[in-house]
Design a protein around this ligand. Structure first.
Ligand code: ADP
Ligand code: MG
Length: 238
């Protein structure tokens, strides 16, 4: 990913529908979503609670598959990838940041950031070097030896971003990353994301907050599983 020609979208969703059937009852997660995301985009996804934002993120991040419709990454249908190819894609090309931080509380910040590399079998020296670099990128190098439960919410989220970045993914997916943060930490986080995007990372960000969404380049709104609008983020009103 990352080097797709300008004309061809990095990600292409066509008629993507997701139906959940938890106990025989059908629940619509997404319905007929058409969406192109280009390399270098910074897209905000807005919409009320339960409208399908996380469902969309899970499909884009290959954590879940659509019930119908097609999803292509760089022109390759994701449904045709083998489980190994999918895992490789997720590990190497996609970074995830969630509203809850999912850090291991008794591990240091550095160790938390190293984990994806540990799972990928990267040797110790390279692991530490890359993790330090990622912590530096979010301004937390000096907190590397703090246990994650000794960090503030904003710092935890920055560690989570460093962890998502440590493999240098070309696509960063952030599902309400500022949802649990105060305004100042949220602003700092958006500054980090904006810089990463300027440096070439494609970003898809879910948020409830119009002030946050306005800092993306484009905004789409989902209501009841349907994509109802696509606009330039500068057109967003309060
Ligand atoms: P959002 O992130 O916008 O709050 P979600 O994508 O989480 O919305 O959910 C969209 C709809 O799908 C909701 O009605 C939700 O209850 C339902 N849903 C989401 N995940 C599941 C699941 N694993 N099983 C059953 N229903 C689900
Ligand atoms: Mg959600």
């Amino acid at each position: 990913m990352g080097s797709a020609p300008v004309s061809e979208p990095l990600l292409r969703l066509r008629g993507v529908t997701k139906i959940y059937e938890p106990d025989g009852q059908k629940v619509v997660g997404l319905e007929g979503v058409d969406l192109d995301i280009h390399s270098g985009d910074f897209l905000a996804v807005m919409g009320p609670s339960g409208s399908g934002k996380s469902t969309l993120m899970n499909i884009i991040g290959c954590l879940d598959i659509p019930t119908s419709g097609s999803y292509e990454i760089k022109g390759i249908p994701v449904s045709r990838l083998s489980p190994e190819e999918l895992a490789r894609l997720r590990n190497r090309e996609i970074g995830f940041v969630f509203q809850v931080f999912h850090l291991l509380p008794r591990y240091t910040a550095l160790r938390n950031v190293e984990l994806p590399l540990l799972y990928a079998g990267v040797g110790r020296e390279e692991r530490t070097g890359k993790a330090l670099e990622a912590l530096r990128a979010v301004g937390l190098e000096d907190r590397r030896n703090h246990l994650s439960n000794q960090l503030s919410g904003g710092q935890k989220q920055k560690v989570a971003i460093a962890r998502a970045l440590v493999n240098r993914p070309s696509l960063l997916l952030a599902d309400e990353p500022t949802g649990n943060l105060d305004t100042k930490s949220g602003d700092e986080l958006m500054e980090i994301l904006t810089r990463l995007n300027r440096e070439g990372t494609t970003i898809v960000l879910v948020t409830h907050n119009p002030a946050i969404a306005r800092r993306a380049k484009k905004v789409v709104t989902i209501i009841d599983g349907r994509l109802v609008s696509k606009e330039d983020s500068r057109e967003l009103r309060e």
